[in-house]
Design a protein around this ligand. Sequence first.
Ligand code: BES
Ligand code: ZN
Length: 481
Amino acid sequence: MKKFTTGIVIFLLFTIVGFAQHDHAFYATMDANDAVSFNALYPDEMRIIASNDKQAAVLLTEEVAHKIHDNVKTHGPGYIFRASEEKAIQALEAVQRRSVQLEYTITEDVFVNECLNLVNPQNIEDDILDLQSYGTRYHTKSQAAAAVYDQQAKWDAMIAASGRTDVSTRIYNHVNTPMPSVIITFDGANTPDEFVIIGGHIDSTTFGDKNNAPGADDNASGIASLNEMVRVILEKDFVPNRSIEVMAYAAEEIGLVGSAEIAEAYANNGVNVAAYVQFDMTGYNGSSSDIYLTTDWYNSSELNDYLAALMDHYNSTGTHSFTYGYTECGYGCSDHASWADNGYDATFPFEARMGEDNPNIHTPGDVYTFFNTPEHSVKFTKLGLQFLIEAAKPQILSVDDFSENAIRIFVKDKALNFRLNNTISNVANVSIYNIAGQNILSEKVNTTNGALQLQQFAQGFYIAKFNLENGHTITKKFILN
Ligand code: BES
Ligand code: ZN
């Protein structure tokens, strides 16, 4: 994120007093030029509190907030809800970078292609139709919360079918909306405290009747793309090195409310988020290229370069080929801005060049039949898989970082016997993995030699990982007979 060199100009503070008579005034940030033009139009319903060269912190009445939204038919210039005056002003300040540096490598060719082959467009179509059938997912409506709980149930069913115990879901309740968000977590096997995150909003909106907001492209399509990605990595039993989270947010449409609370909590807790990618609108194919990387000033150009390199590598020829280009939102147009706001590397690959995107969003006409094919969303699922697998990397299993001969093993009567060849250290812990890479047993041992009872496991190949007290690990393959 770019650092602001200019200071914040504070002015007009004194006029806020008169605002108290408006029942529903709230703080927000928005593009600085837009703030000035709207303030000229609605001087009594809006105050600019502070601004820098890009953004302004404002106090808005709910009426003018709606006018701002309606003013430009489909989207933007939007405003980002801020819970207090202090937070609105803080949002203008340079943010401290928090992301751990990802190594932007592409190493998992075989596994990624196996995953891409499993992407099923029918699942995406089914999910979009399912989400639009709620009629509305406007954040204050009961259908919105129902859609979130049903989304959790879908993920829980996939997890149950996989038998995995290292994957879980949780509901995230918010302060500034009655609608919850939902998160699925794949615990990282090697560095669980480093996170790779993909998300999209599950709420919807319209200009008029909030009971008629099908939100098929905005953003059932993004959620459907994410769901198919989750289904594939569970089917392939992918155990990541880093932790992976996929998030379906509440209340994006009223100013990024759900994602802002989550990203802020992660930052306050010092969570290491290596990279964040947003899926918001994946269904409508309106431009000459397929996927458009947004290059807004708050996005990470390194992360954009990585997504571009992944598409060059995986999608330039063959069955999974598609094209990409670059575009700009012009302001904090979706939930990735919440992560960028909190110092994390974030970006947003979008369905079209800005202005050529789905013209029906935020209207009752945002239905599946308008684009009527899951094929555009499929490309986002593929990009998402490529990104998640390459950024989180598969669990590291086979690398010996210590002498092969340092430990001897043999199997007898379904017990794995081990003995360290010298007494430089103790074995602290032994972990057993099946050949799918799943950790099936972990035991603290604290000795130079011993035996692990493996009677409960079937015949076959296994891997034992010995963690020594001196920090070394030794990995050995063995046959249980
Ligand atoms: N999906 C839109 C964002 C969008 C629309 C991006 C069209 C690019 C093209 C999102 O749900 C939305 O409506 N965002 C608001 C801003 C937000 C801060 C309330 C918007 O764009 O007005
Ligand atoms: Zn959206």
